[in-house]
Design a protein around this ligand. Structure first.
Ligand SMILES: [Zn+2]
Ligand SMILES: [Zn+2]
Length: 96
């Protein structure tokens, strides 16, 4: 069973950057994977979905009951949409 740091069953997962010693172990095992460490947490220690989508710092200890952690997460790259998805170029005729 995957557990939270508090010992309860984990229900959410996010990722954090590895510490240097962890990074060297990751490189030995899988040199091509981008280096991050999965973090698992129970509902009491879960991040918000928005925060869990980001990559956290190696020093991030995860959230407490307030659902906020103590690091500044890295922003995910913004997806590159070709044009404005809210304004499609072609509109379906009325009735479709
Ligand atoms: Zn917990
Ligand atoms: Zn964090």
């Amino acid at each position: 069973m995957i557990t939270c740091k508090c010992g309860q069953a984990a229900v959410v997962q996010w990722k954090r950057r590895p510490f240097p010693d962890e990074a060297s172990r990751l490189v030995e095992r899988a040199p091509d994977t981008s280096a991050f460490i999965p973090v698992y947490a129970c509902a009491d220690h879960a991040l918000t979905p928005a925060a869990a989508a980001l990559t956290h710092q190696a020093s991030c200890t995860g959230p407490g009951k307030t659902a906020a952690c103590d690091c500044t997460p890295e922003q995910e790259p913004v997806p590159d949409f070709p044009g404005d998805p809210a304004k499609p170029k072609k509109r379906l005729p009325p009735g479709w």
